[in-house]
Design a protein around this ligand. Structure first.
Ligand SMILES: [Zn+2]
Length: 455
């Protein structure tokens, strides 16, 4: 371990803008698009057999590269007797050990990149676990990611996205490349901006698409903003978990179509919700499999388990068989009305870690509690604005619910009853009215569990 520390990293981060600003990356991406855009654009429409073959070849290259160049992987794979060129089948791939976030955190910076200089371009995120992970990025990955971003807008808008259209990102940081040689321009507003500021920005820049967190959109819907009136055709939400029902409700309130993007800093775009409300995996951005939470064995179609993925873009800090930690299942590819031939992701139920675990080790996913909370608004007619909630579990025998009251009084007995439909009678439920939610990191998590299974 070198003496590289947090201060060195922050200095590097300052240089990043200067280093990145030396070239007109938008022009480079424009040239890439001139050459390769048809191929990238049409990738999801290929026969699935072709997609799978392409993925295995790409994975084999990345695994060899990681084994030969990245200390973490060299050690990890040497232990299982890996030799270059060993990935020939999916069974070979599935034998590779799973990579955990802790390994990336502990391995920073020397173990997870070829050299410290590779962190000249990097990304850092706390993700939903609250622990920061720092990854170095290759320029190629940023370029391909930018092009796949254009494709995302085309795909989710049902092809209603033109070079002159703008996308407004209400987000933590702007993307690296905000204009592709004057086309596909991106506007940016930090999530700290007020709704009034956002409305001003929308009036001024006239975006066709807005991309933001569900929490921010909730704030906008309580303002009664008519987004259609301003020319917005689509809103894409990401980063935090949101339920289908809450998005449907906001679609009505904001008078605009809302689609979900399931992504992570480590794996980039994992799955995108198409206009038919089906989640298609982004098969050329990352390769996703579902593994059993206990045995860690790869599961077949239609089986619920943990999302594990390999980033197919970035090789600077390779991400191979990474334990994403969310619960979901994969369905076989079916020809969707939107034309997509990729596999389908279903029942994305948030972090496995944030499932509530009972004394008999029954696992209740976070999404079940989000559905219950949604029903408070419907069945109990509690207005959505103002009210916020968070479930927290510290021990198996108890569940705490924190509520920031809206402007109306709430019938706590009704709320309690609704939760006992999910949890066993033996579990103690404590409802607390507060001014601030206890666990607010970079992203809002409606359900937080500190209970580890088996403990
Ligand atoms: Zn579709």
């Amino acid at each position: 371990m070198s003496n590289f520390n947090e201060k060195n990293y922050l200095n590097m981060k300052k240089n990043e803008i200067a280093i990145f600003g030396e070239k007109d990356h938008g022009k480079i991406v424009d040239n890439i698009m001139k050459k390769d855009f048809d191929k990238i654009r049409n990738f999801p429409y290929n026969q699935y057999e072709y997609i799978k073959e392409w993925q295995l070849k790409r994975i084999s290259e990345i695994v060899d590269y990681a084994y030969e160049n990245i200390p973490l992987y060299h050690k990890k794979y040497s232990k299982i007797g890996y030799k270059k060129g060993m990935i020939k089948t999916w069974e070979d791939y599935e034998k590779l050990p799973i990579l955990y976030k802790e390994e990336l955190i502990e391995g920073f910076p020397n173990e997870i990149a070829r050299s410290v200089e590779d962190f000249d371009l990097s990304t850092r995120s706390s993700g939903s676990s609250g622990r920061f992970v720092t990854l170095s990025l290759s320029l190629d990955a940023i370029y391909t990611d930018t092009v796949q971003g254009v494709r995302q807008m085309m795909l989710q808008s049902g092809n209603d996205y033109l070079p002159e259209d703008k996308v407004l990102f209400i987000y933590t940081l702007p993307w690296w490349i905000t204009s592709i040689n004057g086309k596909y321009e991106q506007e940016f507003l930090p999530t700290t901006a007020s709704v009034e500021e956002a409305i001003e920005k929308i009036k001024e820049t006239k975006p066709k698409i807005i991309s933001t967190y569900p929490t921010y959109l909730t704030k906008m819907s309580s303002y009664g903003v008519d987004l259609k009136k301003y020319g917005v055709k689509l809103v894409i939400v990401h980063s935090e978990q949101s339920t289908k029902q809450s998005r449907e409700l906001m679609e009505k309130q904001l008078n605009v179509k809302i689609l979900d993007e399931y992504s992570s800093e480590e794996l980039t775009r994992i799955a995108l919700e198409c206009p038919e409300y089906t989640y298609h995996l982004e098969e050329d951005a990352c390769y996703i499999e579902i593994v059993d939470p206990k045995t860690k064995k790869t599961l077949g179609y239609g089986k619920k388990g943990i999302v594990v993925g390999t980033n197919l873009l970035n090789t600077s800090t390779p991400i191979i068989r990474y334990y994403q930690g969310d619960l979901a299942e994969i369905d076989k590819p079916i020809k969707c009305k939107c034309g997509n031939n990729c596999r389908i992701l279903k029942h994305i139920a948030g972090r496995y870690m944030d499932s509530i675990i009972t004394e008999t080790n029954e696992i209740i996913p976070a999404s079940a509690f989000m559905d219950v909370a949604y029903n408070w608004f419907c069945a109990l007619a509690i207005p959505i604005h103002g009210l916020r909630y968070q479930f927290i579990q510290y021990t198996k025998d108890k569940l705490e619910l924190y509520i920031i009251k809206g402007i109306y009084d709430i019938d706590l007995k009704k709320i309690e009853d609704s939760i006992y439909v999910l949890i066993p009678k033996s579990m103690k439920l404590e409802i607390k009215i507060v001014d601030e939610l206890p666990e607010i990191g970079q992203k809002y998590r409606p359900v937080v569990s500190f209970v580890k299974e088996g403990k």
